[in-house]
Design a protein around this ligand. Structure first.
Ligand SMILES: *Cc1c(COP(=O)(O)O)cnc(C)c1O
Length: 401
């Protein structure tokens, strides 16, 4: 079979399905009243977004553009979970009027809601509220924000959350129907989610809340050896939630992103050149760090190597090879390969677990977006063609004045 032109991403559909089913089975076993909202920002490839929709997920969106994308790809307003600090008023109102889920993040949004509720006095508006709380004190060293506060939602410790509840209580046709407790952690541990569930119960009891839903947000691990998987989280979450809530009344919403799509996605690159400079062997590849580590935070990669067809002879072991990307930036180095057989043009380096925060953050730098394939039963279906100048220049104009 002729090899496909690299670089490209591959999504293994059976693995994606396995993870989706693992998620929903675990939820069904532990809290049978549940809903999945797929985090668009993690990877909004149209094929993926449509796939999870078919599986029954809602669209979890955090901007007007993501909202418009969800609508464009067939989600109705009632199938949208609208989160984050950067909503837009008209789409915010649409989702509320059509029975989707909105988790309030700011006083400005409460103002929009008050206007809407006033305009539609005969309608009732159940809304969610994003809670900003000190998860770090419950899980020392585990959160992303650390000792500093998080940036999102209404802060419990400073009384802003209580104040927001007070304002909402004064709106006759508005009810607080849900809590949104998404918090990002470095550890993604079961303990983090247990703590989040505990916080939900604490708020429920302290403010005497009667809730239609608890939204845990995203941030789970998935597909990493030795780390938790979905079935590890939800027994702990359910155990805590049962202390104040019941699945009969309260739905559990989860918003997975990376945990769902990491394991099923690989990025295939080829070596196109090698060079020796001052004792270092640079292995030049047609993939870039910008493709799989666009935020420059990874310190290692999971990968495997497929030797090119022309290299059947034994290869000398080299002390150190620096695997580099195609761009002209010095930082575009992916990893060092130590005490390993020499790599040569035609070899392929295939990076694993690269589904989340990669395609969605890829820049249009030097080489345009790579192709994406979906593999099922050994058939490779192209679901995004490589971008060319035609896509790059769209919506531009270059006539000189
Ligand atoms: C980023 C985000 C998610 C998804 O997070 P993952 O780490 O990709 O699982 C879900 N909900 C909200 C509100 C988010 O900001």
């Amino acid at each position: 079979m002729k090899q496909l032109q690299t670089p490209y991403f591959v999504i293994e559909e059976p693995i994606l399905e396995q993870y989706y089913d693992m998620l929903t089975n675990s939820l069904a076993q532990n809290w049978k009243n549940f809903l999945v909202g797929y985090s668009f920002k993690t990877n909004s490839l149209p094929w993926l977004v449509s796939y999870v929709k078919k599986k029954g997920a809602y669209a979890e969106v955090v901007s007007k553009d993501e909202y418009d994308l969800a609508k464009f790809l067939g989600y109705t307003d009632s199938e949208i979970i609208y989160n984050g600090p950067y909503k837009e008023k008209e789409s915010f109102c649409n989702v509320l009027l059509q029975g989707g889920i909105v988790n309030l993040d700011s006083m400005q949004e409460i103002g929009w809601l008050a206007d809407l509720a006033d305009q539609y006095k005969d309608r009732s508006f159940p809304v969610g509220i994003r809670v900003n709380f000190d998860l770090e004190s419950m899980c020392p060293g585990e959160t992303t924000m650390g000792e500093e506060s998080g940036r999102f939602g209404f802060c419990y410790e400073t009384g802003k959350f209580a104040k927001a509840l007070g304002i909402l209580a004064d709106l006759p046709n508005v009810t607080v129907a849900g809590l949104h407790l998404h918090s990002s952690s470095k550890s993604r541990s079961v303990q983090v989610f247990r703590s989040i569930a505990r916080m939900a119960c604490r708020l429920g009891a302290e403010f005497n809340l009667s809730l239609n839903y608890i939204d845990l947000g995203g941030g789970y691990c998935g597909g990493m050896d030795g780390r938790p998987e979905y079935p590890d989280y939800f027994p702990a979450v359910a155990e805590e939630l049962h202390k104040y809530f019941s699945p009969r009344q309260t739905m559990l919403i989860v918003e997975p992103g990376i945990s769902l799509i990491s394991k099923c996605t690989t990025f295939v690159t080829s070596v196109f050149d090698t060079r020796d400079i001052k004792g270092t062997r640079y292995v030049m590849t047609d993939g870039s760090r910008f493709n799989i580590d666009p935020t420059m935070i990874k310190s290692s990669h999971l990968f495997h190597i497929e030797s090119g067809p022309d290299h059947l002879l034994p290869r000398p072991v080299l002390t150190r090879q620096v695997i580099s990307g195609f761009t002209c930036m010095e930082v575009d180095r992916l990893f060092t390969y130590e005490q390993q057989p020499e790599l040569a043009p035609g070899d392929r380096i295939i990076y694993e677990n690269v589904g989340g925060y990669t395609m969605s953050l890829n820049p249009l730098f030097i080489q345009y977006f790579p192709a994406v394939y979906v593999r099922k039963e050994n058939v490779m279906k192209m679901v995004r063609q490589k971008w060319t100048p035609a896509e790059y220049v769209q919506k531009s104009q270059w006539d000189t004045l």
